[in-house]
Design a protein around this ligand. Structure first.
Ligand SMILES: Cc1cc2nc3c(=O)[nH]c(=O)nc-3n(C[C@H](O)[C@H](O)[C@H](O)COP(=O)(O)O)c2cc1C
Length: 337
């Protein structure tokens, strides 16, 4: 049984931390884990074109993870089918629990050659990618993350098609490519996808080749604030799993249960010293993990996230933003804890 199958049999919904480029690297994932862990982690997305090139060393950091992060899924994107084979072989060697194909990213620079969300307009090629990926992955599960359409909502055609592909899991971000992140996520469409999947399974599953399609777990994504909210939406729309992205910026404890009544934990309710300790832990981990590989400036967006909403936070933030080195920031925080 692969880890998705196990999750499918466990208590619902299960929770995933969304892949977020330049945010969810191994350091941030480990900090989230300390705060309250989700059931599944995803890496930032990785362009498969880099595999087997001289440039591979420059981007392979995206696939760095710590043992305690299992189950962890590597997310990839790209258009070269041969590179999918190469990349997935490497992902298997690196010990990932699964591979996820990005068919969701809306950015112009990414989709101009037909990749990511542009695949919604080319299901025939999306099918080729999935079939190649499944073959290369062997017993490692393959999942897809996508949106509900390109210019318009196309849940029936596009999600309906993906549900016949024998994927282990499908994350549905409830917006079209055109909508970017500008409108509230269409959770009713995510709910529709669940109903379509259930109808298909009742009818015996559509055929993939000559095999019946397996039950694809559906993970709902878009605007979920925390565990409590995720549970509410899963009840309402029937999804198996919930993925939280930006919610973690506002509440590092988004995956944690707070009170005995099941209410969610709230980072801003923690004593200030505890909040500062998360910032310090992150600085130390960043230093230890990346040394000179990543620029200290990359760390500052996280400091902004931790140092907010208490008396003196503004001044402290300004002081930290003025630091030139990780150790300088660590020293400032150590004196306050
Ligand atoms: C800074 C940032 C980076 C992102 N990078 C990725 C990525 O690498 N791969 C991906 O599938 N989605 C990426 N996303 C989209 C999120 O995974 C998620 O689908 C989206 O933010 C909606 O979920 P939310 O409302 O919970 O944030 C990114 C989003 C943000 C805000």
């Amino acid at each position: 049984m692969n880890f998705w199958e196990k999750l499918g049999k466990s208590e619902r919904p299960f929770f995933c931390l969304a892949p977020m480029e330049d945010v969810t690297d191994t350091c941030f994932r480990q900090i989230v884990m300390k705060a309250g862990r989700p059931d599944v982690f995803f890496t930032e997305f990785m362009n498969i074109e880099a595999f087997g090139t001289k440039g591979e060393d420059k981007v392979i950091h995206r696939l760095k993870y710590a043992k305690k992060e299992h189950p962890i899924v590597a997310q990839i994107w790209g258009m070269d089918l041969r590179k999918y084979i190469l990349g997935i072989k490497k992902i298997k060697e690196l010990g990932f629990d699964g591979v996820d194909i990005n068919m969701a990213c809306p950015e112009k620079r990414i989709i101009k050659n037909g990749a990511c969300s542009a695949l919604i307009k080319d299901p025939a090629f999306a099918k080729e990618i999935i079939l190649i990926a499944k073959e290369a992955a062997g017993d490692m599960p393959v999942s897809v993350k996508t949106r509900i359409g390109f210019n318009n909502i196309q849940t029936e055609e596009w999600i309906g098609f993906l549900l016949t592909m024998g994927l282990d899991a499908l994350t549905i971000h409830g917006r079209t490519r055109k909508e970017m992140s500008k409108v509230p996520a269409h959770w009713d469409e995510i709910g529709k996808a669940v109903k379509m999947r259930d109808e298909m399974m009742k009818a015996g599953g559509k055929l993939v080749g000559n095999k019946p399609a397996k039950k694809t777990l559906i993970i709902g994504n878009g605007d979920i604030k925390n565990r409590e909210h995720g549970i509410e939406m899963a009840k309402k729309y029937g999804v198996d799993g919930i993925m939280i992205g930006r919610g973690i910026f506002h509440n590092l404890l988004a995956f944690k249960t707070g009170g005995a009544d099941g209410s969610s934990a709230d980072f801003s309710a923690l004593p200030i010293k505890k909040r500062l300790k998360y910032a310090l832990d992150h600085l130390e981990l960043f230093d230890k993990t990346w040394d000179d590989f990543k620029n200290y400036e990359d760390m500052k967006k996280f400091l902004k996230m931790y140092i907010i909403g208490f008396e003196g936070a503004n001044d402290l933030r300004v002081k930290l933003m003025g630091t030139k080195k990780n150790e300088e920031a660590q020293k400032i925080l150590e004196e306050l804890i």
